[in-house]
Design a binder for this molecule. Structure first.
Ligand code: TMP
Length: 224
């Protein structure tokens, strides 16, 4: 691979993925590696408006699963073309807090939409922009819920689902990882954050040595 990697983080709500995204970004800063951090839904002006509609807007109440699916894909399609592909093309490492695996799992499995259609829409939205590595933070839904209860933020529309829904999400991520072991790594998210950070960095350094040794030179990080 001649460019820096595209790395995604996945898992259920409260699994700690956003913390690990920040920790990985801090490691890349230390290593002097240029990077872009983004998230889904969101990451662009259009995507952030879609995120608000999906998560908090009163108009989102009563949204059908079909509409939900199309909105996630619309946000993704914009993000890929406006941010991710250009960033990779300019020599940045890209880290995304969620990507197309979320749709496979949440809409394709937990919402029970037609999986083939979900796959086709994912393919349409991402084109050839596939993650090089994906970390799934695996946490018991009970632990994840108690973590969420301790955050100050009000729960969004998606966070009001049943325990059964989150159990399906967890199981679907595990199945996905078993199907794509070369890309997806399942990490035990119940351990201390420092240990998880070390494990992820160790895997990334091994898989993408250019990141750890900062072989890329002369590229400015546009975020700094
Ligand atoms: P989060 O980024 O805070 O985890 O919130 C995003 C929410 O949206 C979360 O409940 C998972 C859900 N989601 C989907 O259902 N499908 C998707 O494709 C994506 C990206 C997120």
């Amino acid at each position: 691979m001649s460019r820096l990697p595209f790395i995604t983080f996945e898992g259920s709500e409260g699994c700690g993925k956003s913390t690990q995204v920040q920790r990985l970004a801090a490691r890349l800063d230390c290593a002097g590696v240029p990077y872009l951090v983004t998230r889904e839904p969101g990451g662009t002006a259009i995507g952030e408006s879609i995120r608000e509609l999906l998560q908090f807007a009163p108009q989102g109440v009563g949204m059908t699963p079909h509409t939900e699916l199309l909105l996630f894909e619309a946000s993704r399609s914009q993000l890929v073309r406006e941010k991710i592909k250009p960033a990779l093309g300019h020599g940045l490492c890209v880290i995304s807090d969620r990507f197309f695996d979320s749709t496979t799992v949440y809409q394709g499995v937990a919402r029970k939409l037609d999986r083939q259609i979900v796959e086709q829409l994912n393919a349409f939205a991402i084109g050839d922009c596939r993650p090089d590595a994906t970390f799934v933070l695996d946490v018991d839904p009970g632990i994840a819920h108690s973590r969420m209860r301790h955050t100050a933020r009000r729960p969004d529309r998606m966070e009001q689902e049943s325990t059964e829904f989150y159990e399906q999400v967890r199981e679907a991520y595990r199945e996905l990882a078993a199907r794509e072991p070369n890309r997806i790594v399942v990490i035990d998210g119940s351990r201390p954050e420092d240990n998880i950070e070390d494990e992820i960095w160790e895997i990334i350094s091994r898989r993408f040595p250019a990141l750890a040794t900062n072989l890329q030179s002369g590229i400015q990080n546009p975020q700094s």
